[in-house]
Design a binder for this molecule. Structure first.
Ligand SMILES: [Zn+2]
Length: 429
């Protein structure tokens, strides 16, 4: 099982990254004395640092031109992995990091690969944020680490997840580091799109664009990973619109499915303006329950992993010397829950957007390709009471609500404004 196992979709990108990692590993393998030309490909002792190249102008739009096996294999210093939330961009970035650290290009079973997978590789540093914004001090820390020599590998890999969550000032701290990195350091940034990064950073990274995995790819993955019934996996992947994490939750947790359905029913139950305030309150309550449930699940998993790393049993009192660490861990989890409420609100908005899109399709006489197939009769009846223009207005209201929640409008107000746009046209008075 190599480091690429368990990733969803992205077949072409993975095959290019794999070739790049394997070629990079091959360069530093001891020359095989039986092969005549092996020495030509192997660097001499004083040329031990990897051959790295900065992206050149015009390269940004091409994915890994060096991955061509016939060309000189060179690695860019700085990478940007882009893809929508749930596309698996961070997992792919971490797999690439592990493959570059592995002496065999990502075998998945050596000491290096095991350390990388458990998050304990001394030459792999990952910055994840628990907040809406990445703190400048956290970036200063990871930048300082980038100047250290690798301890056990030939390379040091620095990953920043959600790199779009940096202010301009923070981005500039990073910019200096990726402009002139030591030859053994590789940066991998992740963000939803290139547009989320400053142009100065964009021009210095090689971009790898992930595509949204297909519903079938996500469903296959869930069937394999979680042993879920294929029909349920397909429905979950479709309803989650290929968001891998969300699809897994829907497929494995009946409560998540019930909450999604409840939010859809809130929308379909809005007839007159008297329903709007109550409907918005119900949606906030669903978002809170959903957030709490997701955070509890994640916290329990992370906490048991954290305790395992410390070598502590979960059910015994924490020894005094570890109390500060455990307290810091629990505090950071509280911040995580706060951020997830916004994610939960966004999730509901995306679910309700899918209902609006289905309604518009049905209204135009198209019955194929619906997302909420199981609620098609209710959506059809609902759509019949609204004009296409009103349904388009509703979709605009959702887009507006999605930007509002990022500007700190309360979820309640954002939901109210959105629901007010769907009042049954005959009921307006
Ligand atoms: Zn390995």
């Amino acid at each position: 099982m190599d480091v690429w196992q368990g990733l969803v979709g992205q077949t072409e990108i993975i095959s290019q990254l794999r070739r790049l990692a394997e070629a990079n590993a091959a360069r530093y393998r001891k020359p095989d004395p039986s092969a005549d030309d092996a020495s030509a490909d192997s660097p001499s002792a004083d040329d031990a640092s990897p051959v790295l190249a900065q992206p050149t102008a015009g390269d940004e739009t091409r994915v890994m031109p060096e991955a061509d096996p016939d060309s000189d294999i060179r690695l860019a210093h700085s990478w940007l992995f882009t893809g929508p939330a749930g596309s698996g961009r961070s997992n792919l970035a971490l797999a690439f990091a592990a493959s570059l650290l592995c002496p065999d290009g990502g075998c998945g079973s050596c000491q290096s690969c095991l350390m990388a997978r458990s998050g304990n590789h001394p030459d792999l540093r990952v910055l994840r944020t628990e907040k809406v914004i990445i703190e400048i001090d956290d970036v200063r820390d990871i930048v300082a680490a980038s100047y250290l020599s690798p301890s056990i590998s030939r390379l040091r890999i620095q990953v920043i997840e959600d790199a779009d969550r940096m202010s301009e000032r923070t981005s500039n701290v990073l910019l200096k580091a990726i402009e002139e990195p030591p030859s053994s350091t590789i940066w991998i940034l992740c963000s939803p799109s290139e547009a989320d990064m400053l142009p100065t950073i964009r021009s210095r990274v090689r971009t790898v664009r992930l595509s949204t995995p297909t519903v079938e790819q996500v469903a296959d993955f869930i069937v394999t990973a979680d042993g879920v019934d294929p029909a349920l996996a397909m429905r979950s992947a479709r309803e989650a619109q290929s968001h891998i994490g969300m699809a897994r939750r829907l497929a494995t947790d009946a409560d998540s499915r019930a909450r999604r359905d409840a939010s859809v029913l809130v929308l379909l139950g809005i007839v007159s303006s008297s329903h709007v305030a109550k409907g918005a309150q119900d949606l906030v309550a669903i978002a809170e329950q959903d957030t709490q449930a997701a955070a509890t699940l994640r916290t329990e998993r992370d906490r048991s992993e954290f305790f395992r790393q410390l070598g502590l049993p979960l059910d015994a009192p924490v020894p005094a010397q570890y109390r500060a660490q455990v307290k810091a861990f629990d505090e950071s989890n509280k911040r995580l829950i706060k951020r997830s409420l916004l994610d939960g609100v966004d999730r509901i908005l995306l679910d309700l957007e899918s209902v609006g899109r289905d309604a518009l399709l049905v209204r135009m006489g198209v019955n194929d390709g619906l997302i909420n197939v199981e609620r098609a009769p209710e959506i059809t009846a609902w759509a019949a009471k609204r004009t296409p223009a009103q349904l388009v207005g509703y979709l605009d209201a959702i887009a507006e609500a999605l930007t509002r929640t990022t500007r700190n409008v309360t979820p309640l107000l954002a939901f109210e404004a959105m629901l007010a746009a769907v009042i049954d046209k005959e009921a307006v008075s």
